[in-house]
Each structure stands twice: as C-alpha cells, then as structure tokens.
Design a protein around this ligand. Structure first.
Ligand code: PHE
Length: 339
C-alpha cells in the first residue's frame, strides 16, 4: 500500500488529483482506513502487532500526503508567477503626448514670478461693459480706441443700455478688483482680449496680462523695481537692459512704455543694441481710484499690462504670431512644452 500511495502521489499534478489520493487512502472509505477496520477479524494475538504496524504506516502515509500537498501548492504558485510575468524588455507602446501651448506656458511662468512677489490672480469676463472697459478707466467718449475700427461691439444686456464690447484690454479687471475687494491689493489678471485688427503681427483675439498694486505710499520706484525684476526673471537674464519711456494711457499718470534690449537682426533678447516695447505701465490715475471709491489721498498704486504672445515669442524664438492660433500639431510639438 505504501509503494502504491507513493506512486499515486507522484502522479498527482493538481490539488484535485492530490485530494483524490488523500481521500482514497486516509479518508473514511480509504484503503488504510478499511485495513484498520478489518483488525477485529484477526485473532487477538495477531491483532496487536498488526495494529501497531498499521499505525506506523498511517503516520508515514499522512506525512507523505502532506508533503506532496505542499509541493503541489508550491508548483501552482510558480506556474502562476511565470504565467503572469511582465517582460520588461518588451519595447514600450508609443503614445502621442500632448504639449502645453506656449501661451499657457507663459501664463504659468508669469503667474509664478508675480506669485513669488505676493501677487494673486484675478479675472473678469471677456464680454465687458463699456463702463468697465473704457469709462471707469478714464477713457473719454470720443477716444479713438472706442471706434468700431478697434473695438468689437455686442448688443446691450438690457434694452436702452449701452452696447457691450469684447474687452480690448484686461484693464477692466483693475476696476472690478478695486470695486470688489478692500485694499491693499496686489493682483495680476491674465486673459483673452479682442481688437478689430488682423494682419501678420495682429490677431483679433490675443492675450494680455494685467497687473495692479494698490497700497499706501506706493511710488514710481516700486513700479520700476517690480517690472525690472519680473522681466529679468522671465527672460532669465539678470543683466537684461530695461528702459522706461514716457507715454500716455488714460488710466495712468504718469504713464510709460517699457522696452527691453534685443537684437533686431537675430531676434535675441538681451543682445544687440535695439529696443523693443513689451509693457505699458503707470501710476493709477487718481480719477480711476475715485471711480472705484478709493480716496487718492490715502491710496496709491501702479498698473501694468503686457501682451502674452509677444513675451512668449521673444522668449522661445517663435517667429510668427498667426501660428499661435492655427492648431498645427507640428508647431505645437515643436514649441509646446511637456507638462
Ligand atoms: N491696457 C494697456 C494696453 O492694452 C496696457 C496698460 C495696462 C497700460 C495698465 C498701463 C497700465 O495697451
């Protein structure tokens, strides 16, 4: 019986086969069990020796059955590990990877730089009232920026009201922020802007980023320090030449345009001896403060605005503005950044 069991166990390959051998030998109707049952049919003198021998055999068989059971379990585990193995030498499946658009990237960078200087992000609607886009910003009714050659007009919100506009600048967010929040304020407002202009260097939709600081005792020196710092960090050039030129905006006084040094020939920023305008800025006009309920004797501030596409083009050597809006995948793969 022992030899027979050893052979049957060796032949068993699965837990089911193994269990059949176990039950067939040690189970209630198993071969060993019936041998033990037959003990009573033997004469008493034989019974004792035979019983002892059968007990030894039972212990041996139990041990063999148990060992084989463990082996089969182990073999099954190994087989599963082999079957489920990942082949790390297989070449990876190629996937198309999206890239961040240069405008999104520039907005992220600008937000991070001003964020480090304590500026939060504010926003306003693309469809704006004439009051927010022009009047509250001290822009007179006859100002050329208001003409239909420059501004897209939309029907008024209510009958009898003035037509609305697609905002021509992000400066309306200055007004909204001053009206909605208590000073001191330090915000930037990136977003879409619209002008009725379309040629190689102008798009009817483009992006600006506004900036506004309202605090007590703010001067032109703060404005200059802040913008020089921003431009030098953005263009990664601690020696970038920056020039402030007197200019005019209805909502700032004094007003200025900010130029950076660049090479007209190569388009490189910080090289050569040409100047390129990148920002409009100035001290917030006292009338604008008053329009927003702030006392100009108590609160001062500065504001600035920049074209995001222009900054992105200069930084990344992008030659053509129109390509920004064409969704050409080759252009996006080339000028976009991996997230
Ligand atoms: N809104 C101005 C423009 O579109 C830029 C600007 C913003 C100038 C804030 C001064 C202060 O050109």
């Amino acid at each position: 019986l022992k030899a027979e069991t050893v052979a049957a166990l060796a032949a068993a390959r699965t837990p089911g086969e193994w269990d059949a051998v176990r039950v067939g030998t040690l189970g209630r109707a198993g071969k060993l069990t019936s041998l033990l049952r037959q003990l009573g049919t033997f004469p008493p003198e034989e019974r004792k020796a035979r019983g002892q021998a059968l007990n030894v055999l039972r212990d041996e068989l139990s041990k063999l059955v148990e060992e084989r059971g463990r082996e089969i379990e182990e073999e099954g585990l190994q087989a599963r590990l082999v079957a489920e193995r990942v082949d790390v030498t297989q070449p990876a499946e190629l996937r198309a990877e999206g890239k961040l658009h240069p405008v999104s990237r520039a907005i992220e960078e600008i937000t991070a730089i001003f964020g480090a200087m304590g500026f939060g992000v504010a926003d306003g609607p693309d469809i704006e009232s004439q009051w927010h886009n022009f009047s509250a910003l001290n822009t007179p009714d006859h100002h050329p920026a208001r003409t239909e050659q420059d501004t897209f007009y939309l029907p008024p919100e209510k009958e009898g009201a003035l037509p609305r506009v697609l905002r021509t600048q992000t400066s309306g967010v200055q007004i909204r922020t001053m009206l909605e929040r208590e000073p001191p304020l330090r915000i930037i407002a990136p977003g879409r802007t619209y002008r009725a202009d379309h040629d190689a260097t102008h798009s009817p939709m483009f992006h600006q980023c506004e900036g506004l600081v309202i605090e007590k005792g703010i001067t032109l020196a703060h404005l200059k320090g802040c913008l020089i710092e921003f431009l030098r960090v953005y263009f990664n050039d601690p020696a970038l030449p920056v020039r402030f030129r007197a200019s005019y905006f209805p909502f700032t006084e004094p007003s200025m345009e900010v130029d950076i040094g660049w090479s007209k020939a190569s388009g490189e920023v910080g090289k050569g001896d040409d100047w390129l305008e990148v920002l409009g800025a100035g001290m917030v006009q006292p009338r604008v403060l008053a329009n927003c309920g702030l006392d100009p004797a108590e609160w001062q501030g500065f504001a600035f605005g920049m074209g995001i596409e222009r900054l992105a083009m200069l930084k990344n050597g992008i030659p053509d503005l129109r390509a920004f809006y064409e969704s050409d995948l080759r252009w996006l793969q080339h000028y976009g950044t991996s997230p």
